[in-house]
Design a protein around this ligand. Structure first.
Ligand code: MN
Length: 318
């Protein structure tokens, strides 16, 4: 069984260790980085925690403050050329992973990778509902004590990625849930997760409701307003909550690219497979069965209707 001890055998204690969460991170990425750093610290290895981009989620920002998670943007830290990078909840080479100086030594993730990782240590468990669940197991095997702060972070990561235990849940996620629940400050965690939206986000929902295009059970939602990945994800979840809709694509423009957030309730239309098919040759994407994301550079964007048709074709609907 892979775990912290095996990972440590690949680390050089003389060199700096950097734990990297994906860009514009979510609860799961930050919790996984935090738990990994603490496990390393228990083994006498210090590490720097960072992410690309910025924290765009208010609830995550609050959680970081509340739990005192020592993570910062990679633009705030000086990373040495011979640093050892450990990537959590994402895969290097994905469009949402900033390139950092140093050597990628390890990857811990629950997304299906575009290709087999080329690094010393990797542990990818695609059937897990969250990366936090993998870190929960690392803790379990290591017999290190799970502090209240780490248990709370991991529980929030698990809850967020599984949509409050309603998607992609495997038996090990249930085990993690019941153990973490007993150790965590669940009151605070639940309050933060339930309050992810603000009145400022209403305009995005208003626009989405007006612009959505429904064909059978497929809902395509182009929005013009820039918004955070978290709000996009919540818009996608909102439409998936309609009983007639089983597949949702939310499209949103950023400065030099378009971003996609995708949701599926149909095991025969897994998000990662359908996105990759739909953006083949024009962009990048990935994820899991139930949720996924991607991006398309502006100069390759086929237009809203062009993209909608690509998704229809990717699902075998013409
Ligand atoms: Mn995740």
């Amino acid at each position: 069984m892979k775990g912290i001890q095996e990972l440590i055998t690949h680390l050089d204690r003389e060199r700096e260790v950097v734990i990297q969460a994906h860009d514009f991170p979510d609860h799961d990425a930050v919790a996984s980085a935090y738990a990994l750093a603490s496990l390393l610290a228990n083994n006498g290895i210090a590490s720097i925690l960072c992410y690309g981009g910025e924290i765009q989620s208010n609830s995550l920002g609050e959680a970081i403050n509340l739990l005192q998670i020592p993570i910062t943007s990679s633009s705030n830290v000086k990373i040495s050329e011979n640093a050892q990078i450990l990537v959590v909840d994402g895969f290097l080479g994905n469009s949402n992973m900033a390139g950092l100086p140093g050597e990628i030594v390890g990857v811990i993730d629950h997304h299906s990778p575009p290709s087999e990782p080329d690094c010393k240590y990797w542990d990818i468990r695609e059937h897990y509902g969250s990366c936090s669940t993998i870190l929960y197991e690392y803790y379990k095997i290591s017999k290190c004590e799970l502090t209240r702060s780490i248990a709370t972070a991991l529980l929030m990561g698990l809850m967020m990625d599984t949509g409050f235990m309603t998607r992609g849940v495997s038996p090990v996620d249930l085990e993690a849930f019941s153990t973490l629940f007993g150790l965590a400050d669940w009151q605070s965690g639940a309050r933060l997760l339930r309050n992810s939206l603000s009145l400022n986000d209403l305009a995005v929902f208003r626009e989405a409701i007006n612009s959505c295009i429904v064909a059978d059970d497929f809902c395509f939602v182009p929005i013009q307003k820039e918004c955070s990945p978290e709000v996009m994800a919540l818009v996608a979840d909102f439409f998936l909550g309609m009983r007639e809709i089983h597949f949702v694509v939310v499209l949103e423009p950023e400065r030099d690219e378009y971003r996609l957030s995708v949701r599926s309730e149909d095991l025969f239309r897994p998000c990662d497979v359908i996105i990759r098919r739909a953006v083949e040759g024009i962009g990048a994407g990935g994820g899991h069965v139930h949720m996924g994301g991607g991006s398309i550079p502006r100069d390759l964007f086929p237009g809203e209707e062009g993209l909608r048709k690509r998704f229809m074709a990717a699902m075998g609907k013409e």
